[in-house]
Design a protein around this ligand. Structure first.
Ligand code: PLP
Length: 395
């Protein structure tokens, strides 16, 4: 049996999305900027995809949504744009990000530090959560931007975006949220969240294609163009647009939003079953309370078992899980969120992330539970550290 439980890394393309995309490869391949019918006949498809995307985020027609190639691009863009517009001039000198942002934010913030930008890394508490009021303490008169993710990719923790964005608005500070892991799990209505100035998303995290994402820019907020060239995307990101991918992303977001009511309750039930059964195993730990997480993610530590060894055993059994964000998984490092929480080093190295999707079945979860139990037994039997840990009766 093969079980895919790494949906926070990427998801499979929905069949309906694939069908929407196919005609744009060999048949309807025109460049939308041309003046002939090959171009004209695809304009309605592009407009329709935009409508689906605006609706998916509850965005107003006056706002801009610029399609990018991925969330990494959108995140880099907004931080660097704030540098070009507000910091280089000397008007502002400071940004705030959480210490558990995706590497596309953290690494960009570190790069900006080399250019003289002051960066505050907002801490998370022992449950992996952010207290919105701490944002107020970090804001200075020279803060240009606060960037806090909506849902953490490792733990699934939901951060208080509504409150944080409100605090930023009250203090006249721009606010960006990386909503990559929120789409299809939380209903997003940007008309109701006026404090959110910018928002990042990526289609391959919600059963759309890879290589396409976007940046929401609220009406009235200025950004520096990412690519200069033609006038595509209002001159903000020039280059011939990927029509098929954008059409696919339109369908994907429509399905993702619908799935919150229809499929998501089943996802939560399966995740809870997996979590309940794993927590029955001695010396297993989950840091963020269930009700403060999205329903698809479970980050669990197995004392005495290196995360990579567990992944190896699970992979041999056909189960795909993760020890951390896919972008960093080449390094045998401890889980960054567990480190930020201040977890003991041996626990930070034992965290495994299971992330489900609307395609996950009960049979797959039953099978995974059995295989996890087998792996824990085997790996603890050969572990030199586990037998000696003071936290367990097993001597
Ligand atoms: N932000 C978050 C929260 C993510 O989980 C990821 C991917 O894991 C990204 C950004 C980067 O997404 P992309 O692969 O579209 O660049």
């Amino acid at each position: 049996m093969r079980v895919y439980l790494d949906n926070n890394a990427t998801t499979k393309v929905d069949e309906q999305v694939k069908r929407v995309m196919e005609p744009f490869l060999c048949e309807r391949f025109g460049n939308p900027n041309s003046l002939h019918d090959y171009a004209k006949e695809i304009i309605p498809d592009i407009k329709y995809a935009y409508e689906q995307i605006y609706m998916g985020f509850g965005a107003n027609k006056k706002d801009s949504i610029v399609m990018t190639s991925c969330a990494t691009e959108s995140n880099n863009w907004i931080l660097k744009s704030v540098y070009f517009r507000d910091i280089m001039s000397g008007r502002k000198d400071h940004i705030i990000v959480s210490e558990v942002e995706h590497p596309s934010i953290i690494a960009t913030a570190k790069f900006l530090e080399t250019l003289g930008v002051k960066v505050s890394y907002l801490p998370i508490n022992s449950e992996g959560l952010i207290d919105a009021s701490t944002v107020r303490d970090y804001i200075t008169p020279k803060t240009a931007l606060v960037s806090i993710m909506w849902v953490n990719n490792e733990t699934g923790a939901i951060f208080p975006i509504e409150e944080i964005s409100q605090i930023c608005k009250e203090n006249n500070v721009l606010f960006h949220t990386d909503a990559v892991q929120a789409v299809g799990k939380i209903k997003i209505n940007l008309e109701l969240l006026q404090g959110v100035d910018f928002l990042t998303f990526s289609a391959h995290k919600f059963h759309g294609p890879k290589g396409v994402g976007g940046l929401f820019i609220r009406s009235g907020r200025e950004v520096t163009p990412l690519f200069h060239g033609g006038a595509q995307m209002g001159g903000l990101r020039s280059g011939t647009i990927n029509v098929g991918a954008i059409a696919g992303m339109g369908k994907a977001i429509e399905l993702a939003v619908d799935s919150i009511d229809f499929d998501y309750p089943d996802v939560i039930e399966l995740r809870d079953q997996l979590e309940d059964e794993i927590l029955k195993i001695e010396d297993t730990f989950v840091v963020t309370p269930r009700e403060k997480r999205v329903g698809s993610t479970l980050l669990v530590s197995f004392r005495g078992i290196e995360g990579e060894s567990m992944l190896w055993d699970l992979n041999k059994a056909g189960i795909a899980a993760s020890t951390g964000s896919a972008c960093a998984s080449e390094d045998l490092e401890s889980n960054p969120v567990m480190e930020a929480i201040g977890a003991e080093a041996d626990l930070a190295h034992t965290a495994i992330r299971f992330s489900l999707s609307r395609y996950t079945t009960k049979m797959e979860i039953d099978y995974t539970i059995e295989e996890v139990k087998k792996a824990v037994k085997r790996l603890r039997e050969i572990s030199s550290s586990y037998a000696y840990t003071p936290h367990t009766e097993k001597k």
